[in-house]
Design a binder for this molecule. Sequence first.
Ligand code: SAH
Ligand code: SF4
Ligand code: F3S
Length: 487
Amino acid sequence: MSSIDTQIAASTELIEPSVLKNGKTYYIESYGCQMNVSDSEIVASVLNKNGFSPIQEYEQADIIFLNTCSIREKAEQTVRNRIKQFNQLKKKKKGLMIGVLGCMAERLKTKLLEEEKLVDLVAGPDVYRDLPNMISEVEGGQKAVNVLLSRDETYADISPIRLSSNGVTAFVSIMRGCDNMCSFCVVPFTRGRERSRSTESILEEVKMLVADGFKEVTLLGQNVDSYRWSEDPKMKGLKLIENKYAPDVVNFSRLLEKVAQVHPQLRVRFSTSHPKDMTDDVLEIMVKYPNICNYIHLPLQSGSSSCLERMNRTYDRDWYLDRIEAIKRIIPNCAISADIIAGFCGETEEEHLDTLSMMEYVKYGTSYMYYYSERPGTLAAKRYVDDVPEETKKRRLQEIVDLQNKHSLERNQEQIGKRQIVLIEWTAKKSKEQLLGRTDSNKKVIVDKGNLNLGDYIEVEIVDCNSNTLFGNVIRKISSEEAIILS
Ligand code: SAH
Ligand code: SF4
Ligand code: F3S
């Protein structure tokens, strides 16, 4: 197989047949998780195929889309503030259309139109194929709402348009929805039932990305470990859990292996793993293929078994610890990160201390930390009282953040003086003369630009760090082949 460095990039025209432009432009902004970033690329594909053109400056757009998130109240507030800004523009610019997509659209449905009078279109995450019709409805003077959730929509046949892509790293959705019903979480309500995308369509997309010169893919799902696909029509729509090890069922470890085999120099990541489902066979595939990155995001939520039970996470502290031990045993140098919630309903000081002690034990490289925000309609909202006072939530969150910062700094300091392999992904935010890349273990590294380009692999010596970022001196540029071997 040719090296990924020398592969001839297919032109995007080959992927997107030329369509007659309708002269209308759209601007799209994504909030929330990586899944929304990926969905915006589906939206772009649907719109481009129907003659619309993407545009970078919202002031010039005919249609403004916000692809929204409902995970916490603050996430929704951010979107509402942004809608207000766009409303100001709409007052000046006749005919400007404002569309709300994604999780807030799904959660609030027509209520969103009542509350945000200048919004014209509300589309849930499973109806993006219908957007061209919805836009026509609005042009005909109506408001358009479609929030149908589907049991089988996976957008499998749509080639995403890589909006604001760096041409180096890409997200590939492997499943949609979530059946887990964690009591705090709105996602099962906004994203619907869990469904896996066909293995073939995932592999096709990954091959296309390789042909286009991409160097890294991240497989996305709310719970990637419950990926199940079978070509057997009898299995379609069935929960394939019983048949997890049946030869004709592609489970997550099998999918991961197939993706890793697409090209030996394509870096492969995935997110999110659920502790209840993460099996040793996934870890074994990670070890077997050097191009699968040694990094696992394994949300903890709480270190206390009683709190985890109220959260309906279906694992306890011992189970989580067992999964950490399995990672350490099978992939000794694997980096681990977590999501943690402070101040969930009924959380006692002792339960909070259990979370801190778990953090002490694992010493995560990074964590995404939040205080609990009640979401209407969730199990927790129905069953429990949001009774931890705000100042206690904030204080506990601060303790979690402080401890994580300490651990992140310690983990980063361990790297000083060491050599690392970095894939260059972006120009650094603070200076055009610097570039940002990541190591196999997902650590961010800043280096001087010199004559490097996005997509280059380099060997660096780590010379400095803070809790968030490593700073490196470039030793040399290396081939993808060598990078994967050395990582
Ligand atoms: N599917 C992923 C998480 C998706 S949501 C998983 O199961 O791990 C991302 C994170 O947001 C969650 O892991 C959780 O830590 C946080 N979160 C979800 N609902 C929340 C809420 N109501 N309040 C605060 N944080 C929340
Ligand atoms: Fe939400 Fe739990 Fe599903 Fe994650 S696994 S999306 S936290 S319900
Ligand atoms: Fe937010 Fe929806 Fe993702 S609620 S976190 S955008 S799945």
